[in-house]
Write a protein that binds this ligand. Structure first.
Ligand SMILES: [Zn+2]
Length: 145
């Protein structure tokens, strides 16, 4: 879609109040571009993912589904980047940012399951990273044998 048409549709959605706006927590960090501007960011769809208009992060609820998928689907993995708050998401159906979100910023928060404490979320992310790392190790071993 042409950028002007897309921006016009966003403007109409804002006027009608149907756009789910928020202030991206990354924008709120001192020194970031657009720091101090409130409620200008929104979640938009890239295929089935909701993506932050400011930072490109996947929506926390969608990321929660990714964590569940990593455990059961060998084709889906996550990697912690050199920045501890940035997590890369690898799925076979997502080749670039037009297909869906490629990353998750932990500043966007975490989704709690019922009766879950913070350690539970940490364990869930840790389990997903461990499974991903084991798969990557096996791929490397195959290449070198
Ligand atoms: Zn964001």
């Amino acid at each position: 879609m042409k950028i002007r048409i897309r921006l016009f549709l966003i403007w109409i959605q804002r006027q009608l109040g149907i756009l789910d706006t928020h202030t991206c927590p990354r924008r709120s960090e001192p020194g970031q571009f657009g720091h101090g501007i409130e409620n200008e960011d929104y979640w938009y769809r890239r295929k089935k993912d909701r993506t932050c208009s400011y930072c490109g992060s996947m929506h926390p609820e969608d990321f929660n589904q990714v964590l569940l998928r990593v455990i059961t689907d060998p084709a889906c993995t996550i990697d912690i980047s050199d920045k501890p708050y940035k997590i890369y998401i690898n799925r076979p159906e997502v080749h670039n940012s037009d297909d869906g979100a490629l990353k998750y910023y932990t500043q966007h928060g975490i989704v709690f399951w019922e009766n879950e404490v913070i350690g539970g979320v940490d364990r869930r992310i840790h389990a997903a990273v461990t499974v991903s790392n084991e798969r990557f190790k096996k791929i490397l071993e195959k290449r070198h044998n």
